[in-house]
Design a protein around this ligand. Structure first.
Ligand SMILES: Nc1ncnc2c1ncn2[C@@H]1O[C@H](COP(=O)(O)OP(=O)(O)O)[C@@H](O)[C@H]1O
Ligand SMILES: [Mg+2]
Length: 454
């Protein structure tokens, strides 16, 4: 059994590890964006290259004849790598380009949900650059202004309508301080990619529910909460994610059972809508980004892949064979029985260079991780590279995800925190992720939002 794994970062390391521990003992052929020491230690072949160089990936497939492919990141998925691999006859765990629009175009996702009666979007409008006279353009601008100012009352979010590495969304009150700021950014999006999504700013608590999907078959993973802000107390710049946690019951402390059930239902409806819209089934990971609001659950966005760090929490808990799950996704034989998760909580904390995400001052500096980890911990390497002596050096992005596993979030947090505090080098991490204090704050916020009478 040979598996082509197209990845980068700590999510890639977690995927490689989950495939590697399969009783089917697959050989892993890795195509990776950097020389990831974690993947290198597991894979039998390591091709370090640009993941958008599909021609080179095709050459590797022809030479090494894998039986299955798994694609990790959004860019190659959005760019249609699954179509290219399937064309070669290689069953692939990742949606084809047309289905991956659920992530690559936020406008497509909103329209799809609306068209198929999935009532989980905020108020939104999509503006397109199709006007051809100066007068039409002015009309369009006026409409946009009225939508932001009158209909949304200045509480709005502007979304660039293409993949932008998590940097295309700007929120009023955070990045955009006036209606004019919003207009300026919306026009910038229109000029750059021809389409912009403007939507109502929702107030609530965010969480993710990822599902394995094969057409109409949808099997959920434990719900996860991510922390995007750079510093403790949710302060500082937005990052790729500083850490995440899951609970032993696979739900989250601030959600009701009905909330999780509703998110699960929305993922099912969305998989079904994709099948009807695109004429073929979605095969891969469907990642619902949700927000629990006053009167239920709404969708913030969809991703067409595992999240990073979400994958770092979820994959270590998978006690059934990940390779079998991947095979079932490609053959359409996915069932609940194939997917089993341990009833444990996890807390992931990302080690990042001190000046991340604003600067890359520590790039190239050495980082030293504790040499042995307890059984209830995992370390997944991200943007870090090994030199000839085996010493590790920081890249500019997130360095490594450290995961603690326990019977409760508190127990898992202690494990992760202890290992993080032993890492040496010009790094930092968030001490508050997974602590009782932070979780209490989330629950309190949810309670406050839901108790206000409208
Ligand atoms: N409608 C919305 N209401 C409130 N906040 C939003 C809304 N849409 C996006 N956000 C905020 O912006 C962040 C990024 O938006 P998202 O749609 O997830 O795009 P991406 O992850 O591609 O940057 C979200 O995690 C959320 O905090
Ligand atoms: Mg997001």
């Amino acid at each position: 059994m040979k598996i082509l794994l197209v990845t980068s970062s700590a999510r890639g390391h977690a995927l490689a590890e989950a495939l590697h521990r399969s009783p089917q003992k697959p050989e892993i052929i890795s195509v990776c964006a950097n020389n990831n020491p974690g993947i290198r230690a597991i894979a039998s072949q390591m091709h370090v290259q640009n993941l958008m160089d599909f021609e080179s990936i095709v050459r590797i497939v022809k030479e090494s004849t894998p039986d299955l492919a798994v694609i990790g990141p959004d860019d190659p998925i959005g760019g249609g790598l699954a179509d290219v691999l399937e064309e070669l006859g290689l069953p692939t765990v990742a949606p084809k380009k047309s289905l991956a629009r659920i992530e690559a175009s936020k406008g497509f996702a909103r329209n799809l949900m609306e068209k198929h009666g999935i009532k989980a979007s905020p108020k939104f409008r999509i503006f397109e650059r199709q006007a051809n006279s100066q007068r039409d353009l002015l009309e369009e601008e006026k409409e946009m202004y009225t939508f932001i100012d009158q209909e949304l009352q200045g509480n709005y979010v502007v979304k660039y309508d293409a993949l932008k590495g998590g940097k295309g969304v700007k929120v009023s009150g955070e990045h955009l301080m006036s209606v004019d700021d919003g207009m300026q950014y919306a026009l910038e999006c229109l000029n750059e990619c021809g389409r912009v999504v403007i939507e109502e700013k929702l107030i609530g608590v965010e969480f993710s529910l990822l599902s394995f999907v094969s057409g109409k078959q949808v099997v959920d993973m434990p719900a996860v909460q991510d922390h995007k802000r750079a510093f403790d107390g949710d302060t500082g710049s937005n990052t790729g994610g500083m850490g995440t946690y899951t609970d032993a019951n696979h739900a989250l402390p601030f959600l009701t059972a009905a909330d999780v059930k509703r998110a699960s239902e929305i993922n099912r409806q969305t998989a079904d809508a994709l099948l009807r819209e695109c004429g073929e089934g979605y095969k891969g990971i469907l990642y619902g980004g949700f927000i629990a609001v006053k009167d239920g659950i709404r969708v913030i966005e969809y991703n067409a892949r595992f999240g990073d760090p979400e994958a770092l929490n979820i994959l270590p808990l998978l006690s059934s064979d990940f390779v079998t799950v991947c095979q079932a996704i490609t053959t359409g034989e996915l069932t609940e029985d194939l997917v089993r998760f341990e009833k444990k909580a996890t807390v992931c904390k990302y080690i990042v260079p001190k000046s991340y995400p604003d600067k890359k001052d520590e790039k190239g500096m050495e980082v030293i991780f504790p040499s042995d980890l307890p059984d209830n911990a995992r370390l997944y390497y991200g943007d870090v590279s090994a030199d000839e002596q085996g010493r590790l050096h920081l890249g500019g992005s997130r360095t490594a995800g450290i995961v603690g596993i326990g019977n409760s979030i508190a127990e898992a947090e202690k494990v992760a925190q202890e290992i993080c505090s032993k890492v040496q080098g010009p790094i930092r991490f968030r001490s508050d992720i997974g602590t009782a204090d932070l979780i209490q704050k989330r629950s309190q916020m949810m309670e406050d939002i839901r108790s206000v009478s409208s």
